[in-house]
Design a protein around this ligand. Sequence first.
Ligand code: GTP
Ligand code: MG
Length: 221
Amino acid sequence: RVSRNTHFYHMHPVVDGSIMSGKSLLLKVILLGDGGVGKSSLMNRYVTDRFDSQSFHTIGVEFLNRDLEVDGRLVTLQIWDTAGQERFKSLRTPFYRGADCCLLTFAVNDLQSFQNLGCWKKEFMFYSDVKDPERFPFVVLGNKVDMEQREVGEDEARAWCEENGCCPYFETSAKDDTNVTAAFEAAVREVLAAEDQIDHALLSSTIDLHGNRKTSRVSCC
Ligand SMILES: Nc1nc2c(ncn2[C@@H]2O[C@H](COP(=O)(O)OP(=O)(O)OP(=O)(O)O)[C@@H](O)[C@H]2O)c(=O)[nH]1
Ligand SMILES: [Mg+2]
């Protein structure tokens, strides 16, 4: 399963310091969550529009690319799917660096997987070394909503999201293709919104620097 994904990989030349594919922006999103919650199924549904009821546990990481357009911007979404089982921790954590968004995933019929969301968030923060932890975009996915036996209510999940940085929440089914596209597009929107904020902050600090220089000249002379 690991080597299969190399078919989907294509090099993105670096143009003017930013990684571009044609005119599209390359964004890396990473799926984290307990083993068996449906991370690989969500990625495969989104990229290949297939669902396999007999899928194997992931070992290490795999990734697939999909091009899309969000709010008029062309994006190549590089989706990194990780192994949720504890024994594969050392194989997945080196791949957290450079992620633009983290998709925290649980299964609505598995309470433990919901209770572990906080641990996944911590693990991501620890190994990704993100520059601005307060503003880093997360999206939460409650998968397997097609299952009748739920152990986690939608309200409970939304409350967790509120308490954890007001991240967007989607109830998904990789099996029925419910909200899968919406969830990945939301991840792109979160990244673009965060980048717009950074651009705005940079612009403001440039103006401040200019102002400071003027002030120091006055005090020098
Ligand atoms: N009913 C239902 N089953 C699902 C759904 N998504 C995944 N599954 C099933 O759940 C099982 C685990 O799915 P995976 O996608 O392999 O889970 P994973 O999160 O990638 O697991 P690891 O690779 O071990 O981390 C498989 O048998 C899938 O067919 C869903 O939305 N609904
Ligand atoms: Mg998997």
